[in-house]
Design a protein around this ligand. Structure first.
Ligand code: F3S
Length: 74
């Protein structure tokens, strides 16, 4: 996997209303708390083979709570 231009996913907790579409679109990228609200799994880094799922999750969140940012290689 190339470290160049990796994406990091982030859930803005104050926007999340627990619709869980992100978890359906990209199960490995999100974890849910006891209220069903999501946050990014681990450090939020998106593997190359998860990019499409991450974009789908972002596009399907009705609260626009998911951000995807490009990060430099570590
Ligand atoms: Fe929350 Fe949006 Fe997912 S509201 S649970 S981040 S689909």
């Amino acid at each position: 996997m190339s470290g160049h231009g990796m994406l990091r996913v982030h859930v803005q907790a104050e926007r999340c209303q627990g619709h869980n579409r992100c978890k359906i679109a990209a199960p490995a990228l999100f974890v849910l708390d006891e209220y069903g609200n999501a946050r990014e799994a681990g450090d939020g880094l998106v593997a190359a083979d998860q990019v499409q799922q991450a974009r789908l999750a972002q596009a399907n969140c009705p609260e626009y709570a998911i951000s995807l940012r490009r990060v430099d290689a570590a």
